[in-house]
Design a protein around this ligand. Structure first.
Ligand code: CP3
Length: 343
């Protein structure tokens, strides 16, 4: 029996959508906080295969999600390329910046990332042994634009200003950085697949700040290159694209990129997306993650509404963005029960 997530990704309309959740292993779970404390800090957890596999499995044990997502971070790629990376508690990531040809020269070639990332591949191998037979293992990486926004600014930014500035003021360095990340991402996701990832997802969390031609050049074009390279090497492995904030540009995205599934944020209505995006293939996402904090009738009715809107085509139930640390684990169970009873 084929796994439900793989059936949906192949275009099948299922009576009940399979479910997983972005950031399903995370600080809202007491067992995650305990394992992270045991590891010492977030990055030590990412690079400890036994413990990273353990936190990946925690939400599967607790909730029986249909997919597990590898526990790692999109910023491991910059680190593998030679950037310094650290996390400031309560604030977020900090990196050494890349804003000049000299900075770029100091980075490693895209083929030299595997030694640094080998613990991540080991996590994938452990998971493919230990996951229940019905659970799909999803690998991932950040999209080149999103990863570049952190490498250029050295931290998260509300409007990706420094990355836009480099794009406009030193196009050559900007394009070379995106090309380097693109090639590294192909190598990285390919190695995840070889280690046992059954699906891969590309997170373009800041795609929404690219407009018109920039969206084509720096969100769509790198996605095409990554997806074509992975499909050439691993033809049977489905790929999920998540251009968060794409808005109208969600229309036609399956065909434009070659992705098997398009992940939706909460900036579009499910009814609109069913009509304009799901017509082209599998979709996932859309539930506002704040419902995992507030719960109650609003969570139940919005969950039912999304299941209902997408019932005519291939659908994987998910949130529009990651679950937040202040979420109530009980609300996650309420969402799952609602999806599974909403038929
Ligand atoms: O989804 C999962 O459960 C798998 C693991 C995963 C993490 N990050 C773990 C994590 C995945 C898929 C990511 C992706 C990621 N990381 C993205 C793209 C998705 C998105 O949220 O838009 C981005 C932009 C990052 C970069 C990143 N990592 C930031 C900005 C932060 C700090 C903000 C925050 O939430 O604390 C992180 C840290 C991070 N990555 C945590 C987790 C569980 C929290 C770290 C902790 O335990 O303290």
């Amino acid at each position: 029996m084929t796994k439900t997530i793989l059936r949906a990704l192949a275009g099948e309309t299922l009576p009940t959508p399979p479910i997983w959740m972005m950031r399903q292993a995370g600080r809202y779970l007491p067992e995650y906080r305990a394992t992270r404390a045991q590891a010492g800090d977030f990055l030590s957890l990412c690079y400890n295969p036994e413990l990273a596999a353990e936190v990946t499995l925690q939400p599967i044990r607790r909730y029986g999600f249909d997919a597990a997502i590898l526990f790692a971070d999109i910023l491991l790629i910059p680190q593998a390329l030679g950037a310094d990376l650290w996390f400031v508690t309560g604030e977020g990531p900090r990196l050494s910046t890349v804003t000049s040809a000299d900075d770029l020269k100091k980075l490693k070639p895209a083929t030299d990332i595997h030694y640094h990332l080998s613990p991540v591949y080991e996590t994938v191998r452990i998971l493919s042994r230990e996951l229940p037979s019905e659970t799909t293992l999803i690998g991932f990486a950040g999209a080149p634009w999103t990863v570049a926004t952190y490498m250029i600014a050295g931290q998260g930014t509300p409007d990706q200003g420094p990355a836009h500035a480099l794009k406009n003021e030193n196009r050559e360095v900007f394009v070379a950085l995106l090309d380097l990340i693109t090639d590294a991402t192909i190598n990285y996701m390919s190695a995840q697949i070889e280690a046992g990832a059954e699906v891969v997802k590309i997170f373009d969390s800041w795609a929404g700040s690219l407009s018109a031609q920039d969206f084509q050049d720096f969100a769509i074009a790198p996605a095409i290159k990554i997806i074509a390279a992975l499909k050439a090497k691993h033809p049977g492995v489905p790929i999920i694209a998540f251009p968060r904030g794409a808005g109208e540009a969600y229309v036609g995205l399956h065909a434009a990129t070659g992705a098997d599934c398009v992940a939706l944020d909460d900036g579009v209505t499910a009814e609109w997306a069913a009509k304009h995006v799901q017509v082209d293939g599998c979709i996932q996402g859309n539930l506002k993650s704040s419902h995992m904090v507030t719960g109650g009738d609003a969570l139940v009715s919005e969950t039912r509404r999304i299941v209902d809107a997408f019932k005519g085509g291939p659908h994987i139930f998910n949130l529009g963005h990651g679950i937040t640390p202040d979420a109530d684990p009980e609300n996650v169970q309420l969402m799952i029960d609602t999806v599974r009873e909403a038929r």
